[in-house]
Write a protein that binds this ligand. Structure first.
Ligand SMILES: [Zn+2]
Length: 322
């Protein structure tokens, strides 16, 4: 079974490769506005946002409410060819030459993806960047206890642990953010990363996500494409939430860990750059080495970040679009 994925594709097709290649950070700013792109077949491509355009927003905000335009812009920079290379390393086998276009970023696919392969790709993020081939058994023993067969799961590193941990934390945004699309997937005391997906005509609904314990992918729809009608919340999300809440009951509280090699900085909310003592609204953000933005120039004050515990220097020389 293969289905169109909609926005559930964004983390694996766009975020994982683009963060790994340092094309974007969580504070990269995008103009979320009507945009016409030139696609790979030379034709104009004018995707729309699901709800309202939000104007100037950071990557984190784009993830929270699943805006489309920023992801297409990143795909344009990343290229579909590079995206597909990463997706194949994450176990996706159903992409082809017809997927070399910008709609790949939004999960508009030629053949689609199976829920099993999709789960394997999301588990790559959950497993700190290592793809582990899914299996349906661990071992087969004879009645006398000798082992007849053991599962051998192929393991491949696809993205660095630091990238995976930044992405895990970023993907909690749809669950914890004020405008989050999957807030009902929250599990008390346990971090949840989750992404929703919807396709044209409401044919498919997805919820793809993981916790520090389990990865699960749910699809909801008809065998033959038919519009899904429902009141209120995404039915795939409700299914995901009810199964995941159940299998996590009784497990110890657990958070996604952030390695000390990931840098933490205080950022000015107005400029998206390193905050100083006079920036009125600030927040903490995570960065890969060599991706720290420049200093805020909208406000002037003394450096807030010089006492951060991470030893790596602030590199302001990169000409990142912020
Ligand atoms: Zn500022």
């Amino acid at each position: 079974m293969k289905r169109q994925t909609g926005s559930s594709m964004k983390p694996i097709a766009v975020l994982a490769p683009a963060i790994e290649k340092k094309l974007i950070t969580n504070v990269t700013v995008f103009a979320d506005e009507p945009t016409t792109f030139t696609d790979y077949n030379g034709k104009p491509y004018s995707p729309t946002d699901y709800d309202d355009y939000k104007g100037s927003i950071t990557l984190r905000q784009a993830v929270e409410s699943s805006q489309n335009i920023p992801f297409v812009k990143i795909m344009e920079q990343l290229t579909p060819q590079v995206s597909i290379k990463y997706l194949e390393k994450m176990g996706i086998t159903t992409l082809n030459d017809n997927d070399v276009n910008l709609a790949l970023s939004l999960g508009g696919l030629d053949q689609g993806i199976s829920p099993l392969e999709f789960a394997g790709s999301y588990a790559t993020i959950a497993n700190d960047g290592v793809y582990i081939e899914p299996t349906f058994y661990t071992k087969i023993d004879s009645i006398s206890g000798s082992n007849i067969l053991k599962s051998r799961q192929k393991k491949t590193r696809v993205i660095s642990k630091d990238t995976a941990c930044i992405l895990k934390q970023l993907l909690t945004e749809p669950v914890t953010g004020t405008y989050g699309t999957a807030t009902y997937c929250n599990i008390s005391g346990i971090d949840v990363a989750a992404k929703t997906g919807t396709t044209n005509e409401n044919y498919d609904r997805w919820l793809t996500g993981f916790t520090p314990y389990y990865t699960a992918v749910c699809w909801y729809g008809f065998d033959m494409n038919e519009t899904i009608n429902f009141n209120g919340k995404n039915p795939a999300g409700l299914m995901w939430s009810s199964v995941m809440k159940n299998i996590h009951s009784g497990l110890p509280n657990k958070k996604f860990e952030m390695p000390s090699s990931v840098l933490t900085r205080t950022i000015c909310k107005d400029s998206g750059k390193l905050a100083n003592s006079n920036c009125p609204n600030t927040f903490t953000e995570y960065f890969l080495k060599d991706t720290i933005p420049g200093n805020c120039t909208q406000h002037s004050g003394s450096n807030l970040n010089k006492n951060n515990s991470n030893k790596s220097p602030n590199k302001n020389s990169n000409s990142r679009k912020l």
